[in-house]
Ligand binder design. Structure first.
Ligand code: HEC
Ligand code: HEC
Ligand code: HEC
Ligand code: HEC
Ligand code: HEC
Length: 395
């Protein structure tokens, strides 16, 4: 039947084509509408952390630790770590993303902070856990988010930087507390090693961004700065603060940046140019860093003597990612350590009304307004704030 044509062939070919098309469409449909996973589930956070109550203590709650470590507990309470579950942005985003269990392993990492026990996984990617109700679920402990026990309890022993002897509880010295980042890795080093992810830097790239400039990541140096405290014996002593300030803190962001506004001469004529020079002088990772929501908004305005707007220019420094159908870095204009970004604003003085002032502002944004709206987050705190503002009179 060489060269012959059998009706059976045609229907077979048709059904192959049909299957291939169906798989293709289903694949793209999934990539366009299904949940997005941009990180690899590493052994470190694949399952929640089990902790035993250390001998001598009544519970693993921060309330218990606060009985003796009052100052540290007070600092922790003001930190984003104690807020990792209560954080309204996290809560809304979590539900919007389908309330996946995996998120809880960093935001409420202890076994008894979770309503369900993780018994295993149905898939190789470990994104589909087999769950069973947890009889020891403690809703009060859940509210503590990244609580003391997450970093400080292992094998029923308190672990810390010096192994200080005390009657209060067993203590063991652990090198993860003295290498500057060993404790942070578990949650802040997330790799994007997945089939559909094509990123130059991992999704939350604090570590990679520091290694990129050839330094060893010392997170504690900047995020747990030394503070003077009064000990119970009345003497001052120095200890590392438990405050972990970052993108939610204006002073922290301001301290990371050096910003100058300069006029650049354009020769004779009515044409003028002002430039902002923004340098990352205080953060070895990029500014902004962390979740790709974060951005710097640079705004120039030209106004007349009655503050009426004549000309405006806005730019964003940020990492922009194409999420669907594949996860790809489109561009990244965030500022590396010791790098200066120059943004210029040109205008002519020959305008009606006559320009009287140039206003330059730099704002730090936690997330874009468009995303806030999309996920339905009703923010009580502002989602962006000013870190630099100057008004210059033109003559
Ligand atoms: C995100 C991890 C993390 C959490 C949560 C955390 N700590 Fe720490 N803690 C550290 C690190 C890291 C150090 C070591 C800092 C250094 O000395 O370099 C430390 C040091 C300590 C020390 C010994 C040094 C000192 O200052 O006396 C005590 C005590 C301590 N923490 C108590 C607590 C208590 C109590 C809580 C909860 C209220 C808590 N920690 C929450 C990471 C954490
Ligand atoms: C009854 C008082 C008491 C309670 C409760 C208590 N501690 Fe301590 N802890 C101490 C004393 C005393 C030390 C000795 C050093 C010092 O004074 O900070 C100590 C030391 C530490 C250290 C330092 C270890 C090191 O390597 O230097 C850490 C970390 C720590 N405690 C964490 C905790 C955590 C977490 C809790 C709650 C789960 C807790 N402690 C509850 C009294 C207490
Ligand atoms: C158990 C997981 C976990 C560990 C361990 C951990 N973090 Fe975090 N960290 C988080 C989570 C979750 C958030 C975000 C909380 C939120 O906003 O919902 C966060 C937020 C932060 C922020 C951002 C603050 C801001 O204003 O946005 C800084 C800075 C930070 N962590 C530093 C550290 C450092 C330094 C260490 C190591 C000493 C560390 N973290 C260890 C989970 C962790
Ligand atoms: C040389 C100081 C320095 C070092 C080292 C450093 N940071 Fe930061 N970090 C900053 C400054 C300044 C900011 C505030 C500006 C910003 O948000 O980019 C910041 C912000 C952050 C934020 C907030 C991002 C957000 O989404 O709000 C996180 C998370 C963070 N750092 C984690 C880390 C981790 C993890 C390490 C260690 C691998 C580290 N940092 C090392 C200075 C430092
Ligand atoms: C490996 C640990 C880890 C996992 C898993 C994780 N997060 Fe986070 N999350 C963090 C850390 C660390 C930060 C803060 C630091 C940063 O900006 O990089 C954070 C910050 C956030 C923030 C910003 C909070 C704020 O107030 O600005 C949101 C929202 C968030 N996570 C949602 C989620 C959701 C939803 C999931 C699950 C799909 C998830 N996270 C899974 C560690 C984790």
């Amino acid at each position: 039947m060489a060269g012959g044509f059998e009706p059976g062939d045609l229907s077979m070919r048709k059904s192959i084509w049909f299957s291939v098309t169906a798989i293709f469409v289903a694949f793209f449909w999934m990539r366009l509408t299904g949940p997005i996973h941009f990180f690899e589930v590493a052994d470190d956070f694949a399952i929640p952390k089990a902790v035993k109550i250390p001998e001598g203590l009544d519970s693993v709650s921060a309330k218990e630790c606060a009985l003796c470590h009052e100052d540290i507990a007070r600092q922790w309470e003001t930190s984003i770590h104690s807020n990792a579950w209560k954080d309204p942005y996290f809560r809304v985003d979590w539900i919007y993303d389908g309330a996946e269990q995996i998120c809880l392993n960093c935001h409420t990492p202890l076994v008894n902070q979770q309503r369900d026990l993780v018994l295993g996984f149905r898939d190789a990617d470990r994104l589909d856990p087999i769950l069973e109700p947890n009889p020891d679920f403690d809703p009060e402990l859940k509210k503590e988010g990244v609580t003391c026990a997450v970093c400080h309890i292992e094998d029923g022993v308190i672990i810390g930087p010096t192994g200080a002897k005390t009657e209060a509880h067993p203590v063991r010295k652990d090198s993860r507390f003295t290498d500057g980042n060993g404790v942070c890795k578990r949650c802040h080093m997330v790799k994007g090693d997945r089939r559909e992810v094509f990123m130059k830097l991992p999704p939350c790239g604090n570590f990679a961004e520091i290694e990129e400039i050839g330094r060893k990541a010392d997170c504690v140096k900047c995020h747990m700065p030394k503070v003077k405290q009064l000990s119970s014996s009345g003497k001052d002593y120095i200890r590392k603060s438990h405050t972990w300030r970052g993108g939610h803190d204006r002073e922290m962001v301001k301290n990371g940046l050096t910003i100058e506004l300069k006029e650049e001469k354009k020769g004779a004529g009515p044409s003028r140019r002002y430039a902002l020079l923004i340098t990352n002088t205080g953060s070895e990772h990029r500014i902004p860093t962390g979740t790709p929501d974060r951005h710097l908004e640079i705004n120039f305005r030209l106004v007349d003597s009655a503050n009426r707007l004549i000309k405006e220019q806005t730019e964003f420094l940020e990492r922009v990612i194409l999420w669907r159908p594949f996860i790809i870095d489109l561009w990244d204009t965030r500022i590396r350590f010791n790098e200066t970004r120059r943004i210029a604003f040109d205008f002519s003085m020959e305008r009606n009304p006559t320009p009287a002032y140039v206003i330059a502002e730099v704002k730090y944004g936690l997330l874009h307004e468009s995303r806030r709206k999309k996920i339905g987050y009703q923010n009580a705190e502002p989602i962006k704030y000013t870190v630099f503002s100057r008004k210059i009179a033109l003559d």
